[in-house]
Design a protein around this ligand. Sequence first.
Ligand SMILES: Nc1nc2c(ncn2[C@@H]2O[C@H](COP(=O)(O)OP(=O)(O)OP(=O)(O)O)[C@@H](O)[C@H]2O)c(=O)[nH]1
Ligand SMILES: [Zn+2]
Length: 226
Amino acid sequence: KFRYRRKREKLVELIAVSRLPTKWGLFRAYCYQSKLDGTEHIAVTKGDIGDGEDVLVRVHSECLTGDILGSARCDCGEQLDLAMQLIEKAGRGVLVYLRGHEGRGIGLGQKLRAYNLQDQGSDTVEANVELGLAIDSREYGIGAQILRDIGVRTMRLMTNNPAKFVGLKGYGLAVVGRVPVISPITKENQKYLETKRTKMGHLYGSDLPGGLLKEFLNPTEDNATN
Ligand SMILES: Nc1nc2c(ncn2[C@@H]2O[C@H](COP(=O)(O)OP(=O)(O)OP(=O)(O)O)[C@@H](O)[C@H]2O)c(=O)[nH]1
Ligand SMILES: [Zn+2]
């Protein structure tokens, strides 16, 4: 009997692994190269991923201004710091740092243009639209494949963004919980965070949204298509 099971194409290749001592503690660094465009992504792991069950995971979108230059316009830098702290504290976990996600996919230059529009009154969603660009064009398939390659099977995801639950499922991965990554509200990031909450559905309650979470984990026919 002939059986043909089509394997999902592998989009990443492991290039190198090294020890990575950091200000948060000792990690291991994995460099993965995208076979689609050659982009080098990095994942850092703490401890033994073992059976891959119930791993604390952060999938972080590159934000040069926030992660590196201390921009107060967004919460990215704070979230990165918090995620690394939580993984260190747990003694086991993975942070995947996705390049090419800059500006929710529009790139660095366009993000700065979007900032100018935001200084003129637009919000973060309107600014992308006014530039003729997608509100959020990030894809998580590469991130999912990196996690799977590292040995993750089920994860507690550090995020406030419900779109990531959907984006990271599949590829043999399942999300079994959410860990909020909340940073302080300031004068500079207030409107940005509020827009993410009202227009992009980000969850900022420190409580676990039971009903909502269930919906994202097991979407029914109805809410999967909306
Ligand atoms: N276009 C645009 N991108 C932004 C802006 N502020 C931050 N970003 C980008 O947004 C991305 C981070 O997305 P967020 O929506 O903040 O967070 P998230 O990763 O989706 O969700 P969390 O897991 O909760 O952090 C990074 O790539 C940033 O460069 C902005 O005002 N406009
Ligand atoms: Zn940012």
